[in-house]
Design a protein around this ligand. Structure first.
Ligand code: GTP
Ligand code: MG
Length: 220
């Protein structure tokens, strides 16, 4: 099964972990617990293809930036998250994207701009069109989301899978490499309960989470 290395980036408190946990585990984390680095695995079906997503939920706080180059290098798709309730979190993404392009040494990187917390309309300070414009300038896709109300959460990850597929179409040559890994979880009865995403795509409930709260570095 093909693996997709996805990295979730953005300033502290914008909802990176809440979005990731909502996608992987289907629940909303109300409490704010700043992340050092967490990684998750989730098997999903996108356009009839089983995919294993490896999602790296990164730290928004500056002190952990030393790990950034490494995961930017290894990441295949990037979720750049701001909060529609905090202008500075939007502004911060410009530099972050520049850093990704520099590290990857290409302008063509699968990327999605995400304006999170769209349930907090009363506290909105970043207009939807402002996000759309930035994404257009970047040539990337854009979604407003709510981890709390589960709006457009699955869509973030499915969009990235499609972007990655577009740049590097599925290679069917594979001997039986990955067969064990992929089918192991397929054959697990616990993964048969499937939810449908809004766009009709299927996500299953198999997921693994490894927390890196001890400050070790997880390599994708
Ligand atoms: N109302 C609302 N609150 C949200 C949403 N997403 C996250 N939050 C809340 O915002 C706070 C921060 O969310 P986190 O997911 O921990 O933020 P983060 O980006 O992972 O922060 P760092 O790990 O420090 O980088 C938490 O209290 C969440 O419950 C959302 O869509 N709507
Ligand atoms: Mg976090």
């Amino acid at each position: 099964m093909r693996e997709y290395k996805i990295v979730v980036l953005g300033s502290g408190g914008v909802g990176k972990s809440a979005l990731t946990v909502q996608f992987v585990q289907g629940l909303f984390v109300e409490k704010y617990d700043p992340t050092i680095e967490d990684s998750y695995r989730k098997q999903v079906e996108v356009d009839g293809q089983q995919c294993m997503l490896e999602i790296l939920d990164t730290a928004g706080t500056e002190q952990f930036t030393a790990m950034r180059d490494l995961y930017m290098k290894n990441g295949q798709g990037f979720v750049l998250v701001y909060s529609i309730t905090a202008q500075s979190t939007y502004n911060d993404l410009v530099d972050l994207r520049d850093t990704i392009l520099k590290v990857k040494d290409t302008a063509d990187v699968p990327m999605i701009l995400v304006g999170n917390k769209c349930d907090l309309e009363d506290e909105r300070v970043v207009g939807k069109e402002v996000g759309q414009t930035l994404a257009r300038n970047w040539g990337s896709t854009f979604l407003e989301t709510s981890a709390k109300q589960k709006i457009n959460v699955n869509e973030i990850f499915f969009d990235l899978v499609r972007q990655i597929n577009k740049r590097a179409p599925v290679n069917k040559d594979k001997k039986s490499k990955g067969k064990n890994a992929g089918q192991g979880s397929n054959s697990n009865p616990s993964v048969s309960s499937a939810k449908m995403g809004n766009d009709g795509l299927q996500t299953d409930s198999s997921n693994q989470h490894s927390s890196n709260n001890k400050g070790c570095c997880i390599l994708l």
